[in-house]
Design a protein around this ligand. Structure first.
Ligand code: ADP
Ligand code: MG
Length: 707
């Protein structure tokens, strides 16, 4: 199915070709129905039965005209990926055996997939396995092209019979609503009566690795765990800094071209592509859009990345840490909030010191992030991300905010004197070359090490893992900022002297929460120490972060804005432990398999060859000390591997038998993972000693450089 290199296409023509866009609805629907759709989209509520039937028919006709045979309610269960169950548009044939395709408004709006096999964290016993999917009218339906043909996908939220959220989308939508309501109260204080809605916008930068399919297929670890569990460093890693923004190789370029085409057809605004820091690592960034659509689209991006890779004889690795010793992958979540009359609340303008609304918003965000640093960190945790956060890699597990020199100075003035009378100018950047223009410098420089950085008119949350859904981070961000807005508005709406009250509140919030601002190097060990002194949380792992979901503080926050109930939060905490245990279990089993069936037998064979050589050399009367030394080095490590393998089998069995999810998860982290390391170390050392021809699995050099 892959395209020929020479084939070209027109972006304008193919963009959103497979999406049932507003434009298509406008063209196909009667005016009153189209207007009803718009109203529900913008103001909420439900479509009337009559309108739903009309929309369903037109949507189906459009889909069938474009080759669709099935439809699915497309949803995002707590597995972190998407789920679909296809239903054909077929109905009962008529009396003469003719097929008339059918799709009703009811089928469009509501579905009832069997929910029993999705994670629910005890929310829903299997005997009451009803789960419902409900159409998210704000995210457009689309046609997915795959081996199954064309499938009409209807983005939906997924809830239990009793209304508890079983997915990632429902809480996200709830958080967007909360943020909108509270942000409106803030802009009203500044006389903005025209705004009726405030929307969170999100632009996620997606990092990924590509690997050749044939090599991938020889690696049990990549196939089952998505990351390498063994592997010595290649002679060359990323130290030459020659991959980042480097020339994109032909094979990868052809992949990117195909990927873009797929995404554009799906209405995803794939914009930027480049090589990343590590060899065989790349990035794709779309143009930002409304948070829930960005979440849906990011899922489509991840799916398409995998699908297109297969067509190109490769595999796409979305894991946060496919290879030890080189950079892992993340997903920078760019986030901003904008009113429907066009004001970006995070745009400071040229003189932020005079932009009181911006300063109030900033003060609220400082308060939100400081108060709920633990929750924010939790929202970006998944099993793979434990290898990045807090593991000597970017970014650290400690949440802090980077503001840049200009804003930091404004905040400092406000804290010290209650007023910010001056603003540091960006100044001019002299290129020193007559034929090049001088640039006006940005007032904020970049800080690559900050987990939460202000970048001009948005915040960039950089902790998120590459394989993770961006739903949770954005739900949490929306929620904590909604809370801060709400508390500010509660006070300010009652104030006699509004101007003074705003002034006092900004000063108070900024002073109380200034510890969250950090403009220095987030990777430095001194920062860990300083953060501890400042009292900032440093939560090292996903499972240690899980309990932040059910603290009184968290429950109060999420219940207040009806984003999660306590029960929903408890179920999510439970799922985290289960997911963690299952993932590490798979990794442990993959290691046992590879060590026992591939690596140890190969080393045994190699040591036999060495022993034969030692004997032959000795018999010939020559000095065999080098061979003997090699043999010793091999056998020492072989015994270490065998011992670790035995104990890994033992602790893995012990872990599998545990019944308490939390206890089990911690056992995997503290015991099983430690033994996995004990098995890996001698194996990686052996890889450096054993004859390459006898080593049973592709090396890091091959995996990362042969693409
Ligand atoms: P940078 O290089 O500073 O990270 P880019 O311009 O490459 O910024 O943008 C990175 C991502 O941020 C893109 O997905 C982009 O669409 C998104 N983005 C830009 N402006 C905003 C904004 N106001 N709100 C949310 N996302 C934004
Ligand atoms: Mg960026």
């Amino acid at each position: 199915m892959g395209r020929k290199m020479s084939e070209v296409f027109n972006v304008e023509e193919i963009f959103a070709k497979n999406v049932f866009t507003l434009g298509k609805m406008k063209a196909r629907l009667p005016k009153n129905v189209y207007e009803e759709v718009l109203k529900v989209m913008n103001e909420g509520g439900e479509l009337s039965k009559a309108a739903a039937n009309v929309v369903a028919k037109e949507m189906k006709d459009w889909a069938v005209e474009n080759g669709a045979t099935h439809y699915t309610h497309w949803f995002q269960p707590l597995t972190g990926i998407t789920a679909e169950k296809h239903d054909a548009f077929v109905a009962h044939p008529d009396g003469e055996g003719r097929m008339l395709t059918d799709f009703s408004g009811k089928e469009l709006i509501k579905g009832e997939p069997d929910a029993s096999s999705f994670p629910s964290g005890g929310l829903r016993a299997t005997f009451e396995a009803r789960g419902y999917t409900a159409w998210d009218i704000t995210s457009p339906a689309f046609l997915k092209e795959s081996g199954c043909g064309m499938i009409l996908c209807i983005p939906t939220a997924f809830c239990s019979y009793t209304g508890e959220a079983l997915d990632k989308k429902t809480p996200l939508l709830r958080s967007m609503q909360a943020l909108s309501e509270q942000a409106l109260r803030i802009v009203r204080l500044f006389g903005n009566t025209g705004a009726t809605k405030v929307t969170a916008s999100v632009g996620p930068e997606q990092e990924y690795f590509l690997v050749d399919k044939d090599l991938y297929m020889q690696r049990t670890d990549l196939m089952f765990a998505g990351r390498t569990l063994f592997g010595a460093p290649a002679p060359k890693g990323q130290e030459m800094e020659d991959h980042y923004f480097g020339v994109i190789r032909e094979r990868v370029g052809a992949y990117m071209k195909d990927l873009n085409e797929e995404l554009w057809k799906l209405g995803v605004t794939a914009k930027t592509q480049h090589n990343e820091v590590a060899p065989a690592q790349h990035e794709l960034a779309p143009i930002y859009e409304t948070a829930n659509i960005a979440v849906d689209h990011n899922q489509l991006v991840m799916e398409a990345m995998k699908r297109v890779a297969i067509r190109h004889g490769m595999r796409c690795l979305l894991h946060e840490k496919p290879y030890a010793g080189v950079n892992g992958s993340g997903k920078h979540d760019n986030w901003s909030i904008t009113t429907d009359n066009g004001v970006n609340l995070l745009d400071p303008g040229d003189t932020p010191n005079e932009n009181i609304q911006f300063l109030l918003v900033l003060a609220c965000i400082m308060k939100a992030v400081d108060t709920h640093a633990d929750l924010l960190r939790q929202s970006a945790s998944d099993v793979g991300n434990d290898h990045r956060l807090g593991a000597n890699e970017a970014p650290p597990a400690i949440i802090s905010i980077f503001l840049g020199e200009q804003l930091e100075d404004v905040v400092k003035q406000l804290i010290e004197t209650g007023e910010a009378t001056s603003v540091k100018e960006g100044g001019r950047l002299r290129t020193g070359v007559k034929t090049l223009p001088d640039f006006k410098k940005d007032a904020t420089d970049r800080n690559r090490t900050s987990p939460f950085a202000f970048t001009g008119n948005k915040f960039e949350f950089r902790m998120v893992g590459s394989a993770d859904s961006i739903a949770s981070p954005n739900t949490t961000l929306n929620a904590i900022v909604a809370e801060a807005f709400c508390e500010a508005a509660d006070r300010l709406e009652k104030a006699d002297d509004l101007e003074l009250a705003i002034h006092d509140l900004i000063k108070e919030y900024m002073s109380e929460h200034q510890r969250i601002i950090f403009n220095g190097n987030g990777y430095a060990p001194e920062w860990v120490e300083e953060a501890r002194e400042r009292g900032l949380p440093n939560i090292k792992s996903m499972i240690e972060a899980a309990s932040t979901l059910t603290t009184d503080k968290a429950v109060r926050l999420f219940e207040k804005f009806r984003i999660f109930t306590r029960v929903e939060l408890e179920s999510r905490e439970e799922i985290i432990y289960e997911t963690y245990a299952k993932t590490i279990n798979i990794e442990a089993l993959a290691m046992i398999d590879m060590a026992g069936k591939q690596i140890i037998p190969a080393v045994v064979k190699y040591s036999r060859t060495l022993a034969d050589t030692v004997n032959a050399v000795k018999e010939a009367g020559a000095d065999a000390s080098v061979q003997m030394d090699l043999l010793k080095r091999v056998t020492v490590r072989l015994s270490a591997m065998q011992a670790a393998l035995t104990s890994l089998k033992k602790v893995e069995e012990e872990a599998s038998a545990m019944t308490d999810a939390k206890e089990q998860a911690f056992f995997y982290k503290d015991v099983v993972k430690t033994v996995m390391e004990e098995l890996r170390t001698p194996a990686d050392e052996l890889e450096m000693i054993v004859d390459r021809k006898m080593w049973p699995i592709p090396t890091y050099g091959e995996l990362m450089f042969e693409i």
